[in-house]
Design a protein around this ligand. Structure first.
Ligand SMILES: Cc1cc2nc3c(=O)[nH]c(=O)nc-3n(C[C@H](O)[C@H](O)[C@H](O)COP(=O)(O)OP(=O)(O)OC[C@H]3O[C@@H](n4cnc5c(N)ncnc54)[C@H](O)[C@@H]3O)c2cc1C
Length: 427
């Protein structure tokens, strides 16, 4: 990917913000008045909550219901700062009060089944619910068994912390309890997975904690992939900030873990070598959230194939699937991508229910990673639909050799991004 400087970055984000990134999409008033019907959105994370809010904004006559199993949402973005002790988990916890205040019916229940033909969903506690259009943004589930013992390991001793909450706090506690001179092992899964730069940001922020608290310690990233996101920028930053504290082992150098032994805190790779850790963060291989799999809406790889313009499922009419769960061409699985897809999906649904043709979509993604509290790097891109597939039309990644001032600013922009996107998602 092209390396970029501050001017390029502003151009990319300017274009993204104007269309779908963080700003609002300009919408014709006729469609606002004409759209009516019942839209149910399942999943109150980055994709679902954004979609519900924009459906109501652009289709005020619509009856919009958001079904979410939990009463509050803890964001994965910035959860690595909770691990490093720089942020309290309450700072990344959001409720649904403002979404409800917007005129959206918020139901806290679990959807257990989707009847696409009968246009209804079943709820664990509250019977069933009818819809004219259904949007599903269930996030990810884990492909247990891809590594022998992974489920038992994660539950007992090697937390994944890939869904923020209890698991984040558990990993934090383990880091605090570790001796100085210990080894932390991070195991990223094989791609595709939620938040491609996430494991490497995690290594950076854990290194920050260790540098100031347990400086004799070491971090091994044992990676099932040959390359990783923002690789050059991460490696430069690690050398500058943490010397040789972080070591990255790629797939062909022994990075493919095949077995976990939680009793002995060891991992075995496909060559038969063993790694022993004091703290192990085992991130399981991933697929779309359970609900869409149960509903028969996933492909052979476990993800949902959709029309990338409207996000309507390839397997069920009037069911739209967004966020991490769907296959969205060149877009990575991120909160920003999910929110951008949500807005395009909302625009498509409002126009379909008004009997209009959906507008031409434009999508954006920005992803900041913190190396330390005052050192940020980023990747940003704008996408369009070409021959039915989402393709990247511009963007770039932080340059190697940037001055410290640039990285300090990137860390500030990261916090600004979080404030801005969470107020867009949760009101
Ligand atoms: C460590 C880490 C750091 C990250 N950092 C960033 C970042 O800096 N920037 C960024 O853009 N992205 C980041 N991400 C990625 C981001 O968190 C995800 O891409 C994003 O949450 C995807 O949104 P989603 O709507 O698809 O799923 P989610 O946000 O997971 O939302 C799914 C929701 O659906 C609900 N749900 C699921 N099934 C049901 C059901 N059957 N009934 C009712 N409710 C249900 C769940 O409770 C959940 O609230 C990070 C991820 C991790 C792990």
């Amino acid at each position: 990917m092209k390396a970029y400087d501050r001017r390029d970055f502003l151009k990319v984000i300017g274009a993204a913000g104007a269309v779908t990134g963080l700003g609002s999409l300009v919408w014709p008033m006729e469609a606002l008045a004409a759209a009516s019907g019942k839209v149910v959105v399942v999943g109150g994370g980055f994709g679902g909550a954004t979609c519900a809010r924009y459906l109501k904004r652009w289709g005020p006559q619509l009856d919009v219901t958001l079904v979410e199993r939990d009463t509050s949402y803890i964001t994965c973005p910035f959860s690595n700062e909770v691990l490093s002790g720089n942020l309290d988990i309450s700072k990344i916890t959001h409720d649904y009060g403002n979404i409800h205040a917007q005129g959206i019916n918020v139901v806290h229940d679990e959807v257990t089944a989707i009847d696409a033909g009968g246009k209804s969903i079943n709820l664990k506690y509250g019977g069933s619910m009818k819809f004219d259009k259904l949007v599903v943004s269930p996030g990810i589930a884990f492909k247990w068994g891809a590594i022998e013992n992974d489920q038992a390991a994660v539950q007992r001793a090697m937390p994944h912390s890939w869904k923020a909450g209890e698991q984040t706090l558990l990993l934090r506690k383990q880091l605090q309890a570790m001796r100085d001179g210990g080894t932390v092992i991070i195991v990223p899964p094989k791609k595709p997975f939620r938040c491609p730069p996430g494991p490497y940001e995690r290594a950076s922020l854990i290194a920050h904690y260790l540098k100031w608290n347990k400086p004799k310690s070491k971090i091994l990233i044992v990676d099932a992939n040959p390359t990783h996101s923002k690789q050059a920028a991460f490696h430069e930053a690690w050398n500058k900030e943490y010397g040789n504290m972080i070591e990255w082992i790629k797939d062909t150098d022994g990075g493919v873990i095949t077995r976990a032994d939680p009793g002995n805190m060891t991992l075995r790779n496909d060559f038969g070598d063993e790694y022993k850790g004091d703290v192990i963060n085992l991130i399981p291989y991933q697929k779309a959230g359970e609900l869409v799999e149960t509903a028969g809406l996933t492909n052979k790889d476990g993800w949902c194939t959709v029309d990338m313009g409207t996000f309507e499922s390839a397997k069920a009419r009037d069911v739209h699937i967004i966020g991490d769960a769907c296959v969205a061409g060149a877009m990575p699985k991120s909160g920003h991508s999910a929110a951008s897809q949500a807005k395009n999906c909302a625009a498509a649904i409002v126009s379909m229910l008004a009997g209009d043709t959906p507008p031409e979509p434009t999508y954006a993604n920005t992803c900041y990673s913190l190396i330390g509290p005052k050192y940020g790097i980023s990747v940003a891109a704008v996408y369009r639909l070409k021959d039915g597939v989402i393709v990247k039309v511009s963007g770039g990644v932080s340059k190697v050799g940037n001055k410290d001032r640039v990285h300090e600013n990137e860390a500030k922009y990261a916090r600004g991004w979080y404030k801005s996107i969470t107020s867009d998602v949760f009101g």
